[in-house]
Design a protein around this ligand. Structure first.
Ligand code: SF4
Length: 286
């Protein structure tokens, strides 16, 4: 039997870097705070918690003094840095460089064109979006779907950006609708700021899932990216199975397969996919 783990599955570079920073710090000091979950995967959060990483929320962050706090890849609004300075908190900044560059772009657009409407295609309340909005005092218009476009004044200048993890086809659709609705002569500029580490996953996983008799997709039940990618696998392979942990594997389903592909979401740790592979090997050898 062939069992292969998808090399493209697993954390994006931003998350890998944040976890490395946490591990480096925890190798020297036995405890470290992290503002928000470092990744949307409970097993990985638990693994890091076991070596001393403590996840805190914004309320707890405001109450801390003279400690070290890691900022995860999503990026933060300016007030997080202000609070840290006031409270003597040492920041270990793992904000992704791609997100930081986007924050800067939005800030510059607002400074150079103060009367323009800054529109962000993204999920309202998402940590990355809050960090982006915070750059311009939360004056941006957040558009999650077509209905939200009603918030835009089509007779005034519009600058459109995107949260890095939004789907590319959704962004293109929003651009097309604005182009159709914007009044003649009005300046509409749009910037595709979607990170290809996530958007390319759909076509990559589709190709991967087609190659095997059975596909085991490893993901957290809460991961929205996981649900999307699993559905992509199912659309090309009727034997795609969703598992959250090695214990979820059903021997009957894998035993009859000649080839098994193991893949996962952008929040699935590689070690978890490797554990799934080990579990299959153990099962079939008994
Ligand atoms: S911008 Fe890309 S690499 Fe950075 S955190 Fe977002 S998805 Fe990951």
């Amino acid at each position: 039997m062939i069992i292969e783990i998808d090399e493209q599955s697993g954390f994006c570079n931003g998350v890998v870097r944040a976890i490395q920073k946490a591990e480096q710090e925890l190798a020297n000091n036995k405890s470290l705070y992290c503002l928000g979950d470092i990744v949307h995967n409970s097993q990985e959060v638990q693994r890091l918690q076991n070596i001393g990483l403590q996840t805190i929320d914004n309320k707890q962050f405001k109450e801390l003094k003279n400690v070290k706090v890691l900022l995860r890849a999503h990026g933060e609004p300016p007030e997080t840095y202000r609070i840290a300075e006031q409270n003597g908190i040492q920041i270990i900044d793992a904000s992704c460089r791609v997100v930081l560059a986007l924050q800067q772009k939005i800030k510059s657009a607002h400074e150079n064109f103060p009367n323009a409407q800054i529109v962000i295609f993204g999920k309202s309340g998402h940590a990355e979006v809050l960090g982006l909005e915070g750059q311009i005092d939360y004056s941006a218009i957040i558009v999650e779907n077509e209905d939200d476009l009603e918030k835009i004044d089509f007779s005034r200048q519009i600058f459109l950006f995107s949260q890095t993890t939004m789907p590319l086809d959704g962004f293109e659709k929003i651009v097309n609708i604005i182009q159709l609705r914007v009044e003649k002569g009005v300046d509409f500029r749009y910037y595709d700021t979607i990170c290809r580490q996530v958007s390319n996953r759909i076509s990559e996983i589709k190709k991967f899932a087609q190659r095997f008799d059975t596909v085991i997709f490893v993901g957290g039940n809460q991961s929205s990216n996981g649900k999307v990618l699993y559905e992509v696998c199912r659309s090309v392979n009727k034997n795609a199975i969703f598992v959250s942990a090695p214990e979820d594997i059903d021997l009957k389903k894998v035993k009859s397969s000649k080839s098994i592909g193991i893949c996962g979401a952008t929040s699935t740790p590689v070690w978890l996919m490797e554990n799934v592979k080990k579990q299959i090997l153990t099962m079939i050898n008994f």
